[in-house]
Ligand binder design. Structure first.
Ligand code: ATP
Ligand code: MG
Length: 494
């Protein structure tokens, strides 16, 4: 046996030696012909097929998107099968990712089919003198059986792209954007938005509100997040509008942060007062990305939107006849109007860019134009109310770590008679906590705060009643004087 192996070895060595000697004497075309023929024979006999995914294609400017998605996918789904791993922190990421190192191979299974992934790179050719210094070129090599080609090309690569993008989205450093005034939209890479890292700690666990309502909102968000196919089926853009309304300090902004953290979306905080025209608003909108929340806080203060559309329509009807041909259309395009805002929410443009949530907040629901908040535009109206006992229990758990206490009953009774925002209740719990860690003392402090608020509210109510009574008496007096004067006048006429 050993002899026959030795014989084979020497035969190969002789062949390679001979080939090296005669290679230079064979014409190039003939060599090419033999190489092609050899390749065909090999691939005919080889039942496997390969797809290569390079990190950079053509130039060094743009990293291939499929390569990036593959890297993310493999790091999440397969790297645990590799022996040699490497960890790195991507540019846009805030979480380290662990992926398998070069020259490692892992397997993956898709619909019962096994495929092999191999990470490798080509080293720079040191003999080539180039103006640009070339580095190593990394790539992934995907190997699979020939009979699964349709599945791999048709579905598996799409699956890699989709899942990989999801992993990248989850790992990315989320951002809080704000729109810059249009005078700053100039220069290289000019953008309507500037951003900082989004790091708000609010979550649904820290949000004090009725647990049933909270559950409803979470269910709605989950349905939305998983509703891509549904929205496609019913022919609606994949977006959802929420209107948060309620008095100051009831948690509207905290709710936005909790939603963003729950869905892992970016937040675009749209300052409408910095937008001058409908065209600007459209540009701002186009520059937002999918998986994001667009927020307009205090919408009632941002613009005088009430009834403007109606007035405008009437005015337009009147002015229709006066319009001269060739006269410039100014109104709609040079000003930010309610119809501009409505277009922004659900016009044709609203469908571009993927899943989006739009949230408006207001302290005064009654001030808003019904068209702006009708169902379909603002799909869910969420009232953020004064602190109830259920909401207080969430705050007590978060701030003091207690779920039950003797003083809870007193607080329950007190909260029924007073309108206190969760912000005020939280402040009552926090003030004392900073100096004294005793839970009983903190709750005692809160009771005092609520009692003081109750007294202040009662005083205010009494004053208002007094003022109303005085006003009433004054009007009564005035009307009796008027009546007396009228009587005098009629007597003198007679
Ligand atoms: N429902 C709540 N749950 C937990 N904390 C709350 C809640 N409401 C208010 N707070 C606390 O009060 C602070 C202010 O709340 P937030 O800014 O969310 O109120 P808001 O409704 O947006 O008020 P405004 O109408 O003035 O903008 C928050 O930082 C948070 O600590
Ligand atoms: Mg707010």
């Amino acid at each position: 046996m050993a002899e026959s192996w030795a014989g084979l070895g020497s035969a190969i060595a002789s062949f390679l030696f001979l080939y090296a000697v005669v290679k230079d004497h064979i014409p190039f075309q003939l060599r090419q012909y033999f190489a092609n023929f050899f390749h065909k024979v090999i691939s005919f006999a080889n039942p496997y097929q390969q797809i290569i995914i390079h990190e950079y294609n053509g130039d060094y400017m743009h990293r291939d998107k499929l390569y990036a998605a593959t890297q993310a996918y493999l790091s999440a789904a397969c790297s645990f099968r590799a022996r040699k791993l490497k960890a790195e922190l991507g540019q846009e990421s805030d979480k380290p990712s662990v992926t398998f190192d070069n020259y490692e191979e892992v397997t993956d299974t898709f619909r019962g089919v096994t495929v092999w992934w191999y990470a490798s790179m080509t080293l720079p050719n040191s003999k080539t003198i180039s103006f640009y210094s070339e580095g190593e070129r990394k790539y992934y090599l995907l190997t699979f059986h020939k009979c699964h080609r349709k599945l791999v090309e048709g579905e598996y690569l799409d699956h890699i792209l989709r899942e990989g993008r999801d992993v990248m989205t989850r790992r990315r450093q989320r951002k809080l954007f704000t729109n810059s005034p249009s005078r700053n939209w100039y220069g290289y890479k000019s953008s309507a938005w500037s951003h900082v890292a989004f790091e708000h700690p609010a979550t649904f666990d820290t949000l004090a509100m009725d647990p049933k309502k909270k559950e409803e909102i979470i269910d709605d968000l989950v349905t939305f997040r998983e509703g891509k196919e549904y929205y496609k089926k019913i022919g609606k853009a994949w977006k959802r509008g929420y209107l948060l309304y309620g008095p100051p300090g009831t948690g509207k902004s905290s709710m936005i942060a909790a939603i963003a953290n729950f869905l892992e979306y970016d937040v675009y905080d749209l300052e409408l007062t910095a937008v001058k025209t409908n065209t600007e608003l459209r540009k701002i909108f186009i520059e937002t990305t999918g998986k994001s929340i667009i927020v307009v806080e205090d919408i009632d203060c941002s613009l005088d939107l009430t009834g403007k559309r109606k007035e405008k329509k009437e005015k337009n009807d009147e002015e229709e006849d006066k319009k001269l041909p060739g006269k410039e259309e100014t109104d709609d395009n040079t000003k930010l109007t309610l119809s501009g805002l409505l277009n922004f929410i659900d016009g044709l443009w609203s469908a571009c860019g993927g899943e989006r949530i739009i949230i408006f907040t207001t302290n005064h629901l009654e001030k808003l134009d019904p068209a702006l908040i009708r169902r379909g535009r603002m799909d869910m109206h969420i009232e953020m109310s004064y602190c109830t006992f259920e909401a207080f229990k969430v705050l007590a758990k978060n701030y003091l770590g207690v779920v039950e206490h003797d003083k809870f009953d007193t607080i329950r009774t007190l909260l029924c008679d007073v309108n206190m925002s969760p912000a005020d209740v939280a402040e009552g719990l926090m003030l004392k906590k900073s100096r004294n860690t005793d839970v009983g003392a903190c709750l005692e402090n809160l009771i005092k705060v609520i009692e003081a608020a109750k007294e202040a509210e009662a005083n205010k109510k009494a004053q208002e009643e007094l003022a109303a009574k005085e006003n009433e008496e004054l009007t009564e007096e005035e009307s009796s004087v008027e009546k007396a004067l009228d009587l005098e006048d009629s007597n003198s006429e007679m």
